[in-house]
Design a protein around this ligand. Structure first.
Ligand SMILES: *Cc1c(COP(=O)(O)O)cnc(C)c1O
Length: 397
């Protein structure tokens, strides 16, 4: 019997060591190895089990609100001469794509006989989604958050506590997301009998980058069907998504990897891991990272707290290497403009993260006249309205 070889070129499985080309892998202390091996086996088994897939599909539809619609932007398209379509992940329960991943990992936790979720969070969005899934399933939940981020994102800290989660401050290093990931991994090693580490993006040691991408594949699968129905069987010319760790981008790209659509990831100029990063190892993976001249991981800076990750998932590093996807930076000013453009022309207030994707579309519109562009609208802007008020009203006074 022969099985087909792993195909790491077009968003198939990574190789046996968890690598996408030269990126990925499993750079972890020995104490974490059994946990990653157990998780890999459990996910492989679950993902091949029709009953598990059916249970997840049911949750995604009855609880999260899938399938999310495809919206054609008539007024915006008219204005910029590019046909813009939105995949509406902003309409999911908890307001972003993140629910797809946490519901999958929560079901997997139950299947492994575990009763507690551990998670890291930066801006708080993944922490809130994880606390939501824990409440739904009756799990204990501990979320690690940098002390600095806890101060900046008080409302999300309160939300997580309302949902029954314990929020523990990460007090080491710069006291931000990178430190929260380290603390969460430390907790997981010590409690692996009962706990699952619910990682929030396509990063970390194998199997996470692959596992999280598979749980977001639903975005791309739905979008491919929806765009083909709308475009008489054709695919969009370009598929665009913002990139923090890279999970919403990986989800939508996976539906179009084998088509002729161009794939474009958009990064904040102050956190362009693919565009300006150097290969290195952090959080158990080999990928592009923002590093200083001494190899220290640098803080990312962006108007959008959800994109403040100094690294990027290894599969994106690979897709960039082989030229299947391109990654471009946009500035905070371009993002502030894009946020207002979508709000005024379509009546949709986007999160600042996907406003990065739109900012790139607006900039490139002159060279894409008449083309069809699909943007993954990864989240809604409610969480960002107060920040935008400070920026825009501040400008006026
Ligand atoms: C968290 C978040 C992101 C960034 O994470 P990825 O893993 O890069 O998708 C993007 N958009 C929204 C709305 C988010 O909440």
């Amino acid at each position: 019997m022969t099985s087909s070889p792993p195909d790491s070129s077009f968003m198939g499985e990574p190789d046996a060591t968890g690598r996408f080309g030269r990126f990925g892998g499993r750079f972890i202390p020995e104490t974490l190895m059994p946990a990653c091996i157990e998780l890999d086996a459990a996910f492989r088994d679950a993902w091949a089990d029709a009953a598990f897939r059916a249970e997840l599909d049911e949750l995604l539809s009855s609880y999260a609100g899938r399938p999310s619609p495809l919206t054609e932007c008539h007024r915006l398209s008219e204005e910029i001469g590019v046909r813009v379509l939105l995949k509406r992940e902003d309409l999911n329960h908890t307001g972003s794509h993140k629910i797809n991943n946490v519901l999958g990992q929560a079901l997997l936790t139950k299947r492994m006989g575990k009763t507690r979720l551990v998670a890291e969070t930066g801006a708080g969005q993944h922490g809130v989604a994880t606390a939501t899934a824990a409440a739904l399933m009756g799990f204990e939940c501990t979320v690690y958050m940098g002390e600095v981020d806890m101060e900046r994102q008080k409302l999300n800290v309160f939300r997580m506590r309302l949902l029954g989660a314990e929020v523990r401050p990460a007090l080491s290093g710069s006291r931000t997301l990178k430190d929260a990931v380290n603390e969460a991994m430390r907790d997981w090693v010590a409690t692996v009998e009962t706990s699952h580490y619910c990682l929030g993006s396509v990063m970390g040691p194998h199997p996470y980058p692959w596992l999280v991408r598979e749980l977001h594949r639903v975005i791309g699968d739905e979008a491919r069907q929806q765009t083909r129905a709308l475009l008489d069987g054709a695919d969009p010319d370009v598929v665009v998504a913002c990139v923090g760790g890279g999970s919403n981008a990986a989800g939508i790209f996976s539906g179009f990897a084998d088509t002729s659509a161009a794939l474009v990831g958009v990064e904040p100029a102050g956190g362009a891991a693919v565009g300006a990063g150097i290969p290195g190892v952090v959080h158990g993976m080999h990928s592009y990272l923002m590093q200083d001249e001494w190899g220290q991981v640098e803080e990312a800076h962006s108007i959008s707290a959800g994109l403040d990750y100094p690294g990027v998932g290894p599969e994106h590093a690979h897709l960039s290497d082989i030229g299947r996807a391109q990654y471009h930076p946009v500035t905070d000013d371009e993002v502030i403009n894009a946020f207002q453009v979508l709000t005024r022309t379509e009546g949709i207030i986007p999160a600042l993260e996907p406003a990065h994707g739109l900012a790139w579309i607006l900039r490139e519109a002159p060279s894409m006249q008449g083309h069809t562009v699909l943007l993954n609208l990864s989240g809604r802007g409610d969480k960002d309205v107060a920040q935008m008020m400070d920026i825009l009203e501040g400008e006026r006074s």
